[in-house]
Design a binder for this molecule. Structure first.
Ligand code: FAD
Length: 346
């Protein structure tokens, strides 16, 4: 079958792009490497999300505060409104909707090559007019295009059960001994369960797994975290900011494959959905007019919306790189590099 659009990656970016284009009646194929949705994630989403979520994927609603701890454990509270989702259920809900809108999803079918007029995937070939690389931080599409690999923060996370929870509060810990170059998060997921995870950069000398185990068993708050570990995941986040080029002829990069996660907070779901919507509309315009040069507007629109905030975060990331190896420096400069402080925005 000849497709109008082939999307690599069934995460939020790829599924949003596919659903918008399928809804307009075009033939869409989504190729997903895994046999189901399972992107690693902590799942915090702000209420500002412009997308209707099915209730069954929300595991903690009513998040109203982010508590940021300095290395000396003094803290700063910031009001926010959001919720925590179960990422596989969230992505699967999007996949079901995308399928209902007419897209064809092939699970367990990673994209392996870009060929004239289409793609090769594990198990076959498909022809398509437009290709979208929404295959995440380690994007095969981007590497086939020959673009630089992004800098990556590596993460590890447990689901802990049977522990005391601070209701409605997402906690963030900065400590060079446990999360060099990043931070530890504790997000509530129920009355007595949390996701506890961390991300680190190359400033770390141990694996994320080792740092996380150390935080849970030895840190000053270790007693609070003495629960049952029920799930363990690892993953990566792009921290080198938005890619300069997002459109390569008939190929677009969307979401983490284009560096759209925030280089400081690591949040990327909202931007992936936003960019997927914009990519989808731009693709429909190009298909309606049978003019692939119109795809270039995707890059223009994304730059207009995301270049400024992501460039600011990238500048802050460079500062955090300077401060992240010493708790004295972190204690002194945290307000400059973390989003909940006024100084970050000055
Ligand atoms: C541990 C961790 C915690 C996070 N917590 C949060 C959070 O709380 N809030 C937030 O907003 N963001 C969070 N993020 C970031 C967020 O998960 C990403 O920014 C977001 O998922 C990006 O969406 P995407 O669709 O671009 O990529 P992904 O969600 O990564 O989806 C890419 C998809 O492509 C597939 N794929 C890969 N290679 C191929 C291939 N060759 N062919 C076909 N398919 C392929 C993958 O299997 C995957 O399904 C977190 C990330 C990590 C690692």
């Amino acid at each position: 079958m000849n497709y109008d659009l082939i999307v690599a990656g069934a995460g939020p970016a790829g599924l949003m792009t596919a659903s918008v284009v399928a809804q307009a009646g075009y033939r869409v194929l989504v190729l997903e490497k895994n046999t189901s949705c399972r992107s690693p994630c902590a799942g915090y989403i702000s209420n500002t999300i412009n997308f209707e979520l099915p209730d069954n994927c929300i595991i903690q609603s009513g998040i109203r505060k982010m508590r940021t701890y300095y290395p000396d454990l003094s803290y700063h509270d910031f009001q926010l409104n959001g919720f925590v989702v179960d990422r596989p259920s969230f992505d699967m809900a999007l996949a079901v909707k995308t399928k209902e809108l007419g897209a064809h999803i092939k699970w367990g079918s990673p994209l392996v090559d870009l060929i004239p007029g289409g793609v090769r995937y594990y198990g076959g070939k498909a022809c398509g007019k437009i290709i979208v690389g929404a295959d995440g931080v380690f994007s095969k599409t981007a590497s086939l295009l020959g673009v630089d690999k992004p800098r990556v923060a590596f993460c590890a996370q447990y689901h802990l059960r049977g522990i005391e929870v601070l209701p409605g509060i997402c906690e963030i810990f900065f400590d060079a001994d446990y999360a060099p170059g990043g931070y530890v998060w504790i997000y509530p997921t129920g009355e007595n369960s949390v996701k506890v995870g961390l991300g680190i950069t190359e400033a770390g000398t141990k694996s994320p797994h080792e740092y996380l185990d150390a935080f849970i068993s030895e840190s000053v708050i270790a007693k609070r975290l003495n629960g049952e570990k029920t799930e363990y995941i690892t993953g990566g986040l792009p921290v080198s900011g938005l890619r300069k080029k997002l459109c390569y002829g008939n190929i677009l990069l969307v979401g983490d494959s284009a560096g759209m996660a925030d280089p400081i907070t690591g949040a990327g779901i909202n931007n992936a959905l936003l960019a997927g919507g914009i990519a989808g509309k731009t693709i429909i315009n190009a298909l309606e007019n049978d003019d692939m040069t119109l795809l270039g507007y995707y890059e223009v629109k994304i730059n207009r919306l995301l270049a400024r905030p992501l460039t600011r975060s990238l500048d802050k990331r460079k500062k955090l790189d300077e401060y992240c190896t010493s708790n004295e420096l972190l204690q002194e400069h945290l307000q400059e590099v973390w989003v909940t402080f006024r100084q970050y925005w000055e």
